[in-house]
Design a protein around this ligand. Structure first.
Ligand code: G1P
Length: 302
């Protein structure tokens, strides 16, 4: 008799990276704390996990990441000042980050790659499927992806990853998947994976983006996975082992995402995400859009 598979409840958010692409801003501030409008990037990620029903979040952190813990913790002094002033709107904003989810932390120690960061989550996750959300990838809240992925895992078992067609010219910056068609629209079966293929050697232009729903068998595979691209233990390499042999942790399916995703680790995309989110805001949006229209027509056109 097969065991009923538990539902996905836990999210793992690797957040140990150095953020060198944003120096000097990230010299003393974790890159995950850089704001998009007025909210740190990491809070969007935790909100996305919670919106998908995952309210147990484990952050894998490292040196210099204390600000992350402070952000999701109470700040009694600040709350007292705001409530003394009767500023309930800001008090709600401050408390929202704390009340969002139960956030746990584990430190990675040696930064030995994404696969190693995920392996650090093994004692917390245990023997149940879980999600991994990479903080540099911002999925537009208007285009929800994760609930679809957890639903697929419930239905099909195994693991589910997310792919985006980035075109042949950009695929060398990503994990790349070889796929075969599946039974339903927008879902494919992954047959092979390669981390950051050499130009011209990629099996497709489908890039792995930073949302994964993983079978816990991945931990055993990661523990046996040696260093790969860049001398790091790569999650892509462990998933490759699983995709090639479905006896280990079931099949690997992928959702081919057609919504909006921003690589907020890239300065240009970070700015674009900020502008888009600002335009959509009810409070500052109308004025900002009017300014942007003027800026684009008057200043950029000339
Ligand atoms: C990581 C993964 C890669 C994936 C990418 C998505 O790479 O290793 O497979 O395509 O995230 O953003 P990184 O961007 O950390 O180099």
């Amino acid at each position: 008799m097969t065991r009923p598979t538990p539902r996905v409840r836990k999210a793992v958010v690797p957040a140990a990276g150095l953020g060198t692409r944003f120096l000097p801003a990230t010299k003393a501030t974790p890159k995950e704390m850089l704001p998009l409008v007025d909210k740190p990037a990491i809070q969007y990620v935790v909100e996305e996990a919670v919106a998908a029903g995952l309210d147990d979040v484990l952050m894998v952190t490292g040196r210099g990441k204390r600000a992350l813990e402070d952000h999701f913790d109470r700040n009694a002094e600040l709350e007292a000042v705001l409530s003394g002033k009767g500023d309930t709107a800001r008090l709600d904003l401050v408390r929202a980050a704390t009340d969002l989810a139960t956030v746990h932390y584990v430190r990675q120690g040696d930064p030995r790659g994404l696969g190693h960061a995920v392996l650090c989550a093994a004692p917390h996750v245990g023997d149940e499927p879980f999600a991994v959300l990479l903080g540099d990838d911002l999925i537009d809240p208007a285009d929800p992806l994760l609930p679809f992925m957890t639903g697929l895992r419930d239905e099909l078992g195994g693991s589910v990853i997310a792919l985006l067609d980035v075109g042949a010219g950009h695929i060398h910056r990503y994990g790349c998947a070889a796929v075969e068609p599946g039974d339903r629209e927008g879902v494919v079966r992954v047959t092979d994976l390669v981390e950051k293929p050499e130009p011209g050697r990629a099996p497709s232009s489908l890039a792995v983006i930073g949302r994964y729903v993983l079978d816990p068998a991945v931990f055993e595979v990661l523990a046996k996975t040696g260093p790969g691209r860049g001398g790091e233990i790569q999650l892509t390499d462990a998933l490759r082992t699983m995709a090639r042999d479905p006896r280990i942790g079931g099949p690997v399916h992928a959702v081919v995402f057609t919504g909006r995703r921003y690589d907020t680790g890239d300065r240009g995309e970070y700015l674009r995400a900020t502008v888009r989110l600002a335009c959509r805001r009810e409070d500052i949006g109308p004025e900002f859009r009017a300014w942007l229209r003027h800026f684009a027509t008057a200043e950029l056109a000339g």
